[in-house]
Design a protein around this ligand. Sequence first.
Ligand code: GLU
Length: 294
Amino acid sequence: MVLGYRVETFVIRTRFAPSPTGPLHLGHAYSAITAHDFARVQGGEFLLRIEDIDQSRARPVWEAQILDDLHWLGLTWHGPVLRQSERLTTYSEAIEILNAAGLLYCCTCTRRDIAQAVSAPQEGVLTHSCPDSTVYPGTCRSSDETIKRIEGAPLRLNMALALNGRSSVSFMELISLQSLPKININNTKYIIDKIGDIVILRKNEEAAYHLAVVVDDAAQDITHVVRGDDLKLATPIHAVLQQLLGLPTPTYMHHPLIRDETGKRLAKRDDAKAISKFRAEGATPAGIRAMIGL
Ligand code: GLU
């Protein structure tokens, strides 16, 4: 309190949000340490979230190993760990908001249906692939039968409707943690054509990653999302969802991926780069930082 006024301070809050589907490797360590140190240097808070929404792949043993490795690296986090598997009701509420706004439609296509539609283009239907998956060709969007909800079938976001004639979607981005934020502007035509109608509710009623991550970043009051370049394409989607759900859009920083000796990005199965393996070989936390240039 200064002269009776409460001085509101802006607290920087970052997070690390691993999926417990494999060991923590050098790439994860880079994200976690960068987000942690950024918050610490700014007098802010670093939070931890376990993204275990995909119960078919998440394993408690990986979560335990991840927490142990993070402690060993010397990282500490603010408050309790948030687990996505405990937040399903919150995700359902967010999905209901989008559904009530008429922005979702039920999709009964199988992977094979989508592959076939993409390889046999119809006039007016976009058929191309984004870097990691096929852009949905819109088959169910135009079918009257799929207007009604079919239990267990995925729900997709009608991206064109969601963007509602807007020309761009933007968010603030830090190119490096030392630089000032700049605006990253995304043309909505690009989002509709190259990203398309993403799944919001996966089959068997599981919320999709994109939905869960924006709901959770808001719930944890995250001001700065620090994550790898592999998620850069997802950020415009997150900005769209934040706007539709009335959630704040954090500032993003996408860092270059840590690659192996051959230039290939590290994957969960790259046990050779697992922190636990380096630990077993006698590495120190400072040694890990040195390996990844931090
Ligand atoms: N759970 C994601 C992963 O482990 C990270 C998601 C994010 O940082 O937004 O790759």
